[in-house]
Ligand binder design. Structure first.
Ligand code: NI
Length: 259
């Protein structure tokens, strides 16, 4: 069984096709999926999916790319994270690629999420793009990692260097690979995936985006995470079953509220 550790099935293009999406998950042996929150106005539809389906979990947070959206407070995130189907805080982080200019608000929002994670004891889902230095620095300053009283989390849809992977793992974080790792052009990322131990790895779709080969360019969905696992198994030269078992065990080890 595989687990999609990061998807956005609450987005209308996917939620409109739920019966099909659940059928594809079953067909591809994808047992669970984590539906990740991107802002507070749409959080109710994320939670509704988790409440409706036993094998769908959810997170609460505000994505760094969402500029004109209500800013969350630590108290608000902690309160919303009390729900038993909310297993994580995020997605949060920094993105200097999609947005430019004075991004101090993004860093402040990131700090808010880390504080909420520490207080709620629920792990972080971190997005970082063209901002790895500040991301790692703020994780350290705020004590996001297990060595600093935090509960760590996952570096989602990882596309950074091996150094960034190591700095994250040192803080107790898992590294999650998406369909990007299957792309022909992703040689550097594949080299990173080869070095990240299976024991520290999660797999995800980030659907509806970034469909893995052989679906590249089409709409992605949680069932396709099996193709990410197949690629990792081939890359590492280990049985697919081992990738399935270890990444699923990692998921439940990290997201303790999921059962
Ligand atoms: Ni995402």
């Amino acid at each position: 069984m595989f687990i999609d550790s990061h998807c956005h099935i609450d987005f209308p293009e996917l939620s409109a096709r739920m019966p099909e999406i659940l059928a594809k998950m079953a067909e591809n042996k994808v047992s669970h999926a984590l539906c990740v929150s991107v802002d507070l106005p749409d959080f109710p539809r994320v939670l509704a999916l988790a409440e409706q389906y036993p094998h769908i979990y959810a997170s609460v947070g505000v994505h760094p790319d969402y500029e004109d959206t209500p800013e969350p407070s630590v108290e608000q995130l902690v309160e919303l994270a009390r729900h038993p189907k909310i297993v994580a805080i995020g997605e949060t982080g920094l993105d200097y690629y999609r947005l430019q200019g004075d991004l101090e608000w993004q860093r402040e929002r990131f700090r808010t999420h880390i504080r909420a994670s520490r207080e709620s004891r629920k792990p972080l889902i971190i997005h970082t793009r063209s901002a790895s230095e500040d991301t790692i620095r703020i994780m350290r300053e705020e004590g996001a990692g297990t060595g600093n009283g935090g509960v760590a989390g996952v570096m989602h849809c990882f596309t950074e260097s091996l150094d960034v992977a190591r700095a994250s793992m040192e803080q107790g974080f898992y590294i999650s690979f998406s369909g990007i790792v299957t792309f022909k052009s992703a040689k550097e990322l594949q080299a990173v995936a080869l070095e990240v131990p299976l024991e520290r790895m999660l797999i995800e779709t980030d659907s509806p985006y970034l469909a893995p080969v052989p679906y590249r360019g089409r709409m992605n969905e949680p069932g396709y995470v099996a193709h990410v696992a197949e690629f990792i198994a081939r890359l590492k030269g280990v049985p697919l079953e081992k990738v399935a078992e270890q990444t699923s065990a990692n998921f439940f080890e990290l997201f303790k509220a999921a059962a």
